[in-house]
Write a protein that binds this ligand. Structure first.
Ligand code: SAM
Length: 218
């Protein structure tokens, strides 16, 4: 394992490293595996699920830049107008801008809002987004940052809904099945679509999940 970059902030330690066995680039926070660039299907599905359901992806907000796979999948859709990426770790953005991580930030449709996704969403005008995609942690049951538990609560999901235009969607990534998250999405949007995503992580079979709610007035 060779270290590519490391930063220690008030929130903890962020490490980018290259695995020797398969050459994958891996992101770890406080020693916890967050993601790599080998198995990215669920990050991409977070985007494709939203794109398949939304009427028109004119303005989209993504919570969590990571290695950029969700944003990249959005950018592949020519209908996309713009995407705001809320990212709490400025160094991760700097690593991408410097080329340590392949960049999705050069596309003129992308802008970055540095900060907690809760603050970024709250500051967004009401009824101004077509989709909100949240992948800021490993899901409600395996948090890297304890403060992120509020992101999966019905009160924050209610704030998200208020920022969506009619026909808009919210998608949330989770590393495990969560009845509590499904209930929270259902309580706010009236229904919750759960999509399991089978993945293979370094030879190990796992299932990740995407939770989705749609905002319709009818
Ligand atoms: C699992 S990664 C996102 C992966 C991304 N979907 C991709 O395709 O690469 C989680 C990201 O969320 C960021 N993050 C964690 N908590 C956050 C918060 N409260 N607000 C904004 N970003 C946050 C992390 O720094 C990290 O970049």
């Amino acid at each position: 394992m060779s270290e590519v970059a490391r930063v220690v902030s008030a929130r903890g330690e962020l490490v980018l490293r290259r695995r020797e066995d398969d050459g994958a680039l891996e992101l770890r926070v406080n020693g916890v595996f967050v993601m790599d660039d080998r198995e990215t299907s669920s990050e991409e599905l977070l985007a494709s699920a939203a794109l398949a359901s939304v009427r028109r992806p004119d303005r989209v907000l993504v919570g969590g830049l990571g290695l950029g796979y969700t944003v990249c999948a959005l950018l592949a859709d020519a209908r996309l107008g713009s995407v705001v990426v809320a990212e709490i770790e400025p160094d991760l953005v700097a690593w991408m801008r410097s080329g340590l991580v392949p960049s999705v930030l050069d596309d003129p449709r992308v802008s970055v809002s540095l900060g907690d996704v809760r603050d970024v969403v709250t500051a967004t005008p009401d009824a101004s987004l077509d989709a909100i995609l949240l992948d800021v942690d490993n899901g409600p049951d395996f948090l890297v940052y304890n403060e992120n538990s509020a992101i999966y609560s019905s009160s924050f999901l209610t704030v998200c809904r208020s920022k969506l235009r009619t026909g808009g969607v919210l998608t949330v990534w989770s590393s495990s099945a969560s009845d509590a998250l499904a209930s929270a999405v259902t309580s706010v949007f009236g229904a919750c679509q759960v999509t399991p995503v089978p993945v293979t992580l370094q030879g190990r079979d796992e299932t990740y999940y995407v939770y989705q709610g749609s905002f319709s007035t009818g």
